[in-house]
Write a protein that binds this ligand. Structure first.
Ligand code: NAP
Ligand code: MG
Length: 496
């Protein structure tokens, strides 16, 4: 729970000093050509800081530093126990600086401070701790071979890893990539979104303070060019991305054009949340559905943006959903009582408002449907439309607090609607019949299926990622290590 009051957070914000430089080879540095861009607080439209805009020269320096660090083994060559010790210290430092990191996240993205503390920063520290604790427990295999052969199957760090991460959970999504990548012994180039670079820049110093050697953890902010430079670089071995499907496709093309670097994509979604007539508790399902689409201003890849409701409970569900949405009234993100903050920037705000206008043309508005506090910042009221599966608002990822509610008659129809999407990130089913729940879960083409809940499972043990155009590979869990390692078979012929 937040320990500070609204006034205390405001006072901290007024005193906050922002670091905007890149972090390369163990030091904060301006971009070589001196270029900067501004990052803006969407809650009041005020610029926060000038940020280094890394270009070719900066990328070259950072890749060379990361490669040198990898080759000389200052991190990659440590015993897993040693990397674990440093990463546990890193997790501790993140916790010690929780207030500052949460404040930066809230100012940069507009998300409520309570969420920044309780979800983003807490989840980041937990993720770093989890991979630290795991890395000296996982070993290789000794496969069963012919009597005159001895073989091992081992995992080795892949080398130089670039992580291009999004603005919706800037630090948390970064940690889902850098924690396993660093634990496995790689060198890292972290490229935050131009909408939210502040926390990535700040934690570079904490990584260094924890003992991560120079050159191993580099942060390269950019705005329009840096990501592509990394994706095209021939000395980057792996690029892990979270963001839109459109950019994911470009990254694959860049890899194909350059060195066939490993590409891991965690992309968009249009996740179906299916409420059946025998749902155990309609009010609870509606509260979870509201959280599934209005939490974090709806800026979530796993947002339950398609709510499929069986006709027998439809009227009751809609009434409960409207009531639950009251808990997400947009307000000042620095107020610990605020349930919904501001949309991340003007571009995304306009994009969401455009979709709301499209929704008004093609569907029936149930509630919301407008901007609020327009003289202050980029706020949008929680919005729901009642619609059919074929509309644009029911098919396209909006990435805002806009929910498409679709009535249906049978479970088979619900599954057909749910799977009729280019995406396959997450899904949920609400029923009191356990067998039915499992049978339906099996039929859903999604990387995560929740039963009688939505978006539960901050637990690191659960892999997270998508089917179809929601991406490939998995963040979280031991499976994440597969992305940042190469598998080596070593075979020895015994003389016997
Ligand atoms: P985006 O377009 O998907 O990604 C922007 C990021 O990708 C920037 O960091 C950019 O860096 C980098 N990038 C662009 N082209 C690249 C390339 N060829 N190679 C490597 N990196 C490249 O995100 P957005 O513009 O912020 O958001 C647009 C939409 O994406 C949203 O409306 C939402 O639908 C979706 N989105 C999804 C998620 C998710 O969690 N799945 C998160 C955020 C957004 P440079 O500009 O420096 O090159
Ligand atoms: Mg910002």
């Amino acid at each position: 729970m937040p320990r500070l009051t609204h006034q205390q957070w405001q006072a901290l914000a007024a005193r906050q000093i922002f670091e905007g430089r890149a972090f390369i080879d163990g030091a904060y540095v301006a971009a070589v050509d001196g270029k900067t861009f501004a990052t803006v607080n969407p809650a009041n439209k005020q610029p926060l800081a000038d940020i280094a805009e890394c270009g070719t020269a900066d990328v070259e320096r950072a890749v060379a530093a990361a490669r040198a660090a990898f080759e000389d083994g200052r991190w990659s060559g440590l015993a897993p126990l040693q990397r674990k010790t440093v990463l546990l210290k890193f997790a501790e430092l993140i916790r010690e600086h929780a207030d500052e990191l949460a404040l930066l996240e809230t100012l940069d993205t507009g998300k409520p401070i309570s969420d920044a503390l309780g979800v983003d920063v807490a989840g980041t520290a937990y993720c770093v701790q989890w991979f630290a604790e795991a890395i000296d427990k996982v070993g290789g295999e000794v496969p069963p071979l012919a009597p005159n052969l001895h073989g091992t199957v081992t995992r080795e760090p892949i080398g130089v890893v670039a992580a291009v991460v999004p603005w919706n959970f800037p630090l948390l999504m970064a940690s889902w990539k850098f924690a396993p990548a660093l634990a496995a012994g790689n060198s890292l180039l972290l490229k935050p979104s131009e909408k939210s670079p502040l926390t990535a820049i700040r934690i570079a110093a904490l990584a260094q303070q924890a003992g991560i050697p120079d050159g191993v953890f580099n942060v390269l902010p950019g705005a329009g060019e840096t990501g592509r430079l990394l994706a095209l670089h021939r000395d980057v071995d792996c690029l892990a991305f979270t963001g839109s499907t459109a950019v994911g496709k470009k990254i694959m093309a860049c890899a194909a054009e350059s060195n066939l670097k490993r590409v891991w994509l965690e992309l968009g979604g249009k996740s179906p949340n299916i409420v059946l007539d025998d749902c155990p508790d309609v009010a609870q399902a509606a509260r979870a559905a509201a959280g599934g689409i209005f939490f974090n201003q709806g800026e979530m890849c796993s947002a339950g943006s398609r709510v499929l409701v069986q006709r027998g409970v439809y009227a009751e569900f809609m009434a409960e959903l409207k009531q639950a949405a009251e808990g997400y009234r947009p307000g000042d993100p620095l107020n610990p009582a605020t349930g919904m903050g501001a949309i991340v920037d003007e571009l995304q705000y306009r994009r969401v408002l455009d979709y709301i206008e499209i929704g008004k043309q093609e569907a029936k508005l149930a509630f919301g449907g407008h901007a609020v506090h327009t003289d202050t910042g980029y706020y949008i009221a929680p919005t729901a439309f009642e619609t059919t599966p074929d509309t644009r608002i029911a098919r396209e990822e909006i990435f805002g607090p806009v929910c498409a509610v679709i009535p249906f008659d049978s479970a088979d129809e619900a599954i057909a609607i749910a799977n009729d999407s280019d995406y396959g990130l997450a899904a949920a089913v609400w029923t009191r019949d356990v067998s039915r729940a499992h049978l339906l879960a099996r039929r859903l083409r999604a990387g995560t299926v929740w039963i009688n809940c939505y978006d539960e499972g901050g637990d690191q043990n659960l892999p997270f990622g998508g089917y179809k155009q929601s991406g490939n590979g998995r963040d979280k869990s031991l499976h994440a290590l597969e992305k940042y390692t190469e598998l080596k078979s070593t075979l020895l012929k015994l003389s016997c």
